[in-house]
Ligand binder design. Structure first.
Ligand code: ATP
Length: 233
C-alpha cells in the first residue's frame, strides 16, 4: 500500500528526515512511533503532499506520489495532528463542506455524513458548533471527515495525543473497526503503549531515521531483550 524509500527533508540546516524507509502492506495497522522531534509529522506531511521532500520516493498503491499527487490524495483519508479552526461551522456544515470537496452533495452527502457521524458516535451532535466539541469528539469528527470519500488507506498523526483514557480507548476501538473492515492504517504516536493494542506492525523512528521495523511481537521482544530501542514504552 505504501512504500517510502530514502525520504529526506531539511528545515534550513536542520535535518528532520535523513533517509527514512517504510513499507506498509494492505490491511496492516502500522504504527510509527518515536520521541518528540523524531520526524513523524514531517514524514506524514510529505506522504500527504503538504510539504516538499528534498529526496526520496513515496509510492502509494503503485502510484508515485510526486508524479500524481491528486490521485494519491484521493486514496488517503488524513487525520492531522491539529484540526485547526472549524470557522464557526456546525458538525453537519463541516461534514457537508468536506463532502462537497469530493463532489458528494445533496441527499447522498446527507446519508453518508449521518452514517459516518453514527459510526464515530457523534450523531446527536450534528447541530453543535464544531469548535465547542471536546478534543475527543473533535478527533472523532476528524476521523469521520477522513472517511467521507471511503479511502482504502488512512493516515493518522498522533490522534490519541492529549486524549483522556476513555476517549483514547474509544478512538482506538474505532481504529480496530476500520481494520476489521479491511482498511490499511498508518498511525503515529510518541508512545508505543498507545499503539500496542491496535497495531500489527511497528516502525520506530529516531532522528529522522528508521531505528527498527517489524511485527509488534518482534519489536516488543527486542525491547524485552534490551536491544537499544530508546523509545518511551
Ligand atoms: P512531535 O511528536 O513532537 O510532533 P515529530 O516526531 O512529529 O515530533 P516533527 O514535527 O516531524 O517531529 O519534527 C522533526 C524535526 O524537525 C524537529 O526537530 C522539529 O523541530 C523540526 N521541524 C519540524 N517542522 C519544522 C519547521 N516547519 N521548521 C523548522 N523545523 C521544523
Amino acid at each position: 500500500m505504501l512504500k517510502v524509500i530514502g525520504l529526506k527533508k531539511k528545515y534550513g540546516k536542520h535535518t528532520a528526515l535523513a533517509g527514512l524507509d517504510m513499507n506498509i502492506k494492505k490491511g496492516q495497522v502500522y504504527g510509527l512511533v518515536g520521541p518528540n522531534g523524531a520526524g513523524k509529522t514531517t514524514a506524514i506531511r510529505l506522504i500527504m503532499g503538504l510539504s516538499h521532500m528534498d529526496d526520496g520516493q513515496i509510492i502509494i498503491n503503485g502510484t508515485d506520489a510526486r508524479k500524481k499527487p491528486l490521485k494519491v490524495k484521493e486514496m488517503i483519508g488524513y487525520v492531522p495532528d491539529n484540526c485547526g479552526s472549524y470557522f464557526n461551522m456546525s458538525v453537519n456544515e463541516y461534514m457537508e463542506f468536506f463532502a462537497a470537496g469530493f463532489g458528494i452533495s445533496g441527499i447522498k452527502a446527507e446519508n453518508r455524513n449521518l452514517k459516518l457521524l453514527e459510526q464515530v458516535g457523534l450523531e446527536d451532535k450534528v447541530e453543535f458548533i464544531a469548535d465547542t466539541l471536546s478534543r475527543g469528539m473533535q478527533q472523532r469528527l476528524s476521523l469521520a471527515r477522513a472517511l467521507i470519500h471511503d479511502p482504502e488507506f488512512l493516515i493518522m498523526d498522533e490522534p490519541t495525543s492529549g486524549l483522556d483514557p476513555r476517549n483514547s480507548f474509544e478512538f482506538k476501538r474505532l481504529v480496530k473497526e476500520l481494520k476489521k473492515s479491511g482498511k490499511t492504517v498508518l498511525i503515529s504516536s510518541h508512545l508505543l503503549s498507545e499503539l500496542s493494542e491496535i497495531c500489527t506492525d511497528i516502525a520506530v523512528i529516531e532522528n529522522g531515521m528508521l531505528a527498527a521495523q517489524g511485527s509488534l511481537t518482534e519489536i516488543l521482544g527486542r525491547i524485552e531483550h534490551s536491544n537499544p530501542i530508546k523509545i518511551v514504552v
